[in-house]
Write a protein that binds this ligand. Structure first.
Ligand code: HEC
Length: 85
């Protein structure tokens, strides 16, 4: 199974995972470059960008902007700010 309805679609996972640009994952990202490229095209397509923003594709709406997914700045933006610490 693959495509938008499969949350484990390898190209989707590889592209989202690469968005954090983790140093510890650089070798894996380099090896997965063709898969990541396909995943980025999927993220920028209507399958995702009709709800999400991804770089220049789509526009911000109810769904989170997936640019930089998993990075420190992304995580800062998406963490709830109202939980007790
Ligand atoms: C019909 C609208 C819609 C489409 C199409 C859609 N999404 Fe989403 N997505 C959402 C919404 C709304 C949320 C936020 C859900 C929430 O906050 O509970 C979300 C959440 C997510 C999240 C979690 C974000 C986070 O902060 O943890 C990821 C990852 C994601 N979508 C990826 C995708 C991918 C990849 C595609 C295309 C294959 C896609 N989505 C297509 C509406 C959509």
């Amino acid at each position: 199974m693959s495509g938008a309805n499969d949350p484990y679609d390898p190209k989707q996972v590889a592209a989202l995972s690469a968005e954090a640009h983790l140093a510890s994952q650089a070798a894996q990202d380099k090896q997965d470059a063709p898969l990541i490229d396909k995943g980025r095209k999927l993220l920028a397509s209507n399958e995702c960008a009709r709800c999400h923003r991804f770089y220049d594709a789509g526009k911000a709406g109810a769904a989170p902007d997936l640019t930089g997914y998993g990075s420190v700045s992304y995580t800062h933006l998406t963490l709830p700010t109202n939980y007790p610490v």
